[in-house]
Design a protein around this ligand. Structure first.
Ligand code: SF4
Ligand code: SF4
Length: 122
């Protein structure tokens, strides 16, 4: 059973600079939005860090920037059914390093809402 609870996390993994979108992810997203792959990619995808397809991002109060599809108030994915494979698989091994860190800090600081503002620079 997973040792983390994404509903108690501000969505750190969605703030990664390179959320990779595969060709298949692109096709799924295009279908979800009722758009052509070309139009969807033009609107939502960019190339950077050596990847041809990664998610565009937007501003976020905690992490500086976060995936464009993240609801920054409700702190959740807004395209859950159409999210890329990488988002489905993450964090993978039954535990999440960020969640472990959050749990540790929340206990240590006796603040169940503590959020680490660690963020990545573009
Ligand atoms: S960082 Fe970990 S706990 Fe937080 S949303 Fe991502 S997978 Fe879930
Ligand atoms: S598509 Fe959804 S799960 Fe994936 S990074 Fe964006 S907001 Fe997070």
């Amino acid at each position: 059973m997973a040792k983390y609870d994404c509903t108690k996390c501000p969505g750190y993994c969605c703030s990664y600079p390179a959320i990779i979108v595969t060709k298949r992810d692109s096709e799924r997203m295009a279908k979800y939005f009722g758009m052509t792959v070309e139009a969807m990619e033009k609107k939502y995808i960019r190339s950077a860090y050596g990847f041809s397809r990664i998610m565009k991002r937007k501003k976020d109060k905690y992490f500086n920037k976060i995936c464009q599809f993240f609801d920054t108030e409700a702190r959740r994915c807004t395209i859950y059914e159409a999210r890329p494979a990488g988002c489905r698989e993450y964090p993978g091994k039954g535990s999440c390093g960020y969640y472990d860190f959050l749990t540790f800090e929340r206990d240590a600081q006796n603040d169940k809402n503590y959020v680490s503002t660690t963020h990545h620079e573009d």
